[in-house]
Unconditional design. Structure first.
Length: 87
């Protein structure tokens, strides 16, 4: 069972968003990632500069995460709108 951790930049992005979008993202994370057996089912592996990271799509927003199988955690690195998250 995986647990989810948020990085400081991810928390800052959630705080800057309007409450409806932030609530939708947090609800999606709680529903799909917290306590799941295989978090890779919901995401897509990234390549290039982001190799080793995973992307999750929540509406127009993207979550960039690093999955650690040794500690059984998902570290949410960045959250943002799809046109800005990879910059």
């Amino acid at each position: 069972m995986y647990s989810v951790e948020y990085s400081k930049p991810a928390i800052r992005e959630l705080e800057k968003m309007d409450s409806a979008a932030a609530g939708m993202i947090v609800a999606w994370i709680e529903r799909n990632l917290v306590g799941c057996d295989n978090p890779r089912v919901f995401g897509i592996a990234l390549t290039g500069n982001w190799a080793g990271h995973w992307r999750y799509r929540v509406g127009s927003y993207r979550l960039i995460a690093k999955i650690s199988d040794t500690t059984i955690t998902i570290n949410i690195i960045n959250i943002g709108h799809r046109r800005e998250v990879y910059k």
